[in-house]
Design a protein around this ligand. Structure first.
Ligand code: GDP
Length: 440
């Protein structure tokens, strides 16, 4: 998980402050030394750390902390404010063209995650009723074109390609195609190199000059820490980028890049990649990220995930079934699929305030859900609709079919029974509430 050790170190520093009651300048100085070390270890660039600690210290020794009744909390608040400021305060959105299509040009080094994220963005925008077109301008590796076609078809977005021609001409042709076919966003996947070189930059500049993109988005790999920031700076100097998409934040335990990109390049991170799956992308919200760093969870992102993963029509159907007491194993299976679409259990739980730090060393086993799914799919249609008919011989068959033990089947049936009881109670309440409202 991102920021794990930074979170730990900051919370250790604040814990010491909390144990003190009134704070002296010396206490704050010591705490700031720890904050500084924590940020440097998180691979935040030195200049950024120095400026950060300076602004926090200046505010922390001021009246707002010293005269407060809860000085330690005030320090945490200041660190939170400054972390938000460092990352840009609020989410910066994509600039859409007033006259579509909006042209987005994705650039970055090879392996940063451009192709994957071109497709993730297409999927993200399709959910908002846009019609994106993906464009294969990485013409040097035939495999790159194929890869874009594969991920494009996985997300259901059209892919424009002209094989290994001139990337400038391909980009121009793609825009004409988008206008003809009503695609309102064009996402251009450009070539990467292992290192920054002039030929690459020249090609990107030529594409930029030819198609005037609204958004030049630089894709950088968070796991490369300060290198990611240096890469961002070089690309920005050559190309004048608009924003950064920071990938592989799921694998980055330090988090330095996320904290330094804006301060070093002056350009905001607009999206972050949180995994290999094509829906693991999130708009970047500095205030939510600061909250995660300080171990305060991120409920807003959790709610947004639930809203996009759960289909409204299905939710209504479930509610009706709960009210009518007809929720069966098929519905349970359906719900489990929807929850799985939201991400791993550990990722979801860590967004709940206070839970992140407690579960960080726990091995939360997503396979439990797979096992339950296997047991349910080993049941007959009749058994799923009416689990009460599952007798010992049926249990043995289900266990054998799903590779589990009879005890596991028993546990599932028991849990399902308890769930049904709860639903019965809840549906009673729901009816009651409605009745009361109607009488008013
Ligand atoms: P490109 O060369 O810049 O187009 O990079 P790719 O899109 O081919 O990605 C390189 C590798 O990184 C692939 O194996 C991706 O699955 C992986 N990858 C991309 N984004 C993420 C991410 O956000 N998290 C993780 N864990 N892996 C990612």
């Amino acid at each position: 998980m991102a920021f794990e050790s930074l979170s730990d170190k900051l919370s250790a520093a604040f814990k010491k402050l909390r144990s003190k009651g009134k704070l002296t300048e010396q206490d704050i100085k010591e705490a700031m030394r720890e904050v500084k070390m924590a940020l440097l270890e998180a691979d935040v660039s030195y200049k950024v750390v120095r400026d950060f600690v300076k602004s926090v210290s200046e505010r922390a020794v001021g009246a707002e902390v010293m005269e407060s009744l809860t000085p330690a909390q005030q320090v945490v608040k200041i660190v939170n404010d400054e972390l938000c400021r460092l990352m840009g305060n609020e989410n910066q959105r994509i600039r859409f063209a007033s006259n579509p299509p909006t042209i987005m040009m994705m650039c970055g080094l090879q392996g940063a995650g451009k192709t994957t994220h071109a497709a993730k963005l297409a999927k993200y925008f399709m959910k908002q009723n846009h019609r994106p077109l993906l464009v294969a301008c990485d013409v040097y590796r035939p495999a790159a074109i194929d890869q874009l076609k594969v991920v494009g078809s996985q997300v259901g977005a059209p892919v424009f390609e002209m094989g290994q021609g001139d990337p400038v001409k391909i980009a121009q042709a793609a825009i004409r195609h988008a206008k003809d076919y009503g695609n309102d966003i064009v996402i251009i996947d450009t070539a990467g190199r292992l290192h920054i070189d002039e030929t690459l930059m020249d090609e990107l500049k030529r594409i930029k000059a030819a198609v005037s993109p609204q958004e030049i988005m630089l894709v950088v790999d968070a796991m490369t820490g300060q290198d990611a920031v240096n890469v961002a700076e070089s690309f920005h100097n050559a190309l004048d980028i608009d924003s950064v998409l920071l990938t592989k934040l799921d694998g980055d335990t330090r988090g330095g890049a996320a904290l330094s990109v804006l301060a070093v390049t002056g350009k905001p991170i607009k999206f972050v990649g949180m995994g290999e799956k094509l829906d693991e992308i999130e708009p970047f919200h500095p205030e939510r990220m600061a909250s995660r760093i300080l171990g305060m969870g991120d409920v807003l992102t959790l709610i947004e995930k639930a809203q996009t993963a759960l289909d409204d029509k299905k939710a209504d159907e479930m509610l009706q079934k709960m009210k009518q007491n007809s929720f069966d194993m098929n519905d349970l299976l359906d719900q489990m699929h929807q929850i799985r679409n939201m991400g791993s259990m550990k990722q979801l739980l860590s967004m709940i305030p206070g839970v992140g730090a407690k579960i960080k060393d726990m091995d939360i086993d997503d396979r439990q859900l797979v096992y339950i799914e296997a047991m349910i799919t080993s049941m007959t249609k009749e058994e799923r609709e009416k689990p009460s008919i599952i007798n010992p011989s049926r249990k043995r068959r289900i266990a054998a079919g799903s590779g589990r033990k009879v005890e596991d089947v028993n546990r599932l049936l028991k849990q399902f029974e308890q769930m049904q009881k709860m639903m019965k109670m809840m549906s009673g309440n729901m009816k009651g509430k409605k009745g009361r409202r109607m009488r008013m």
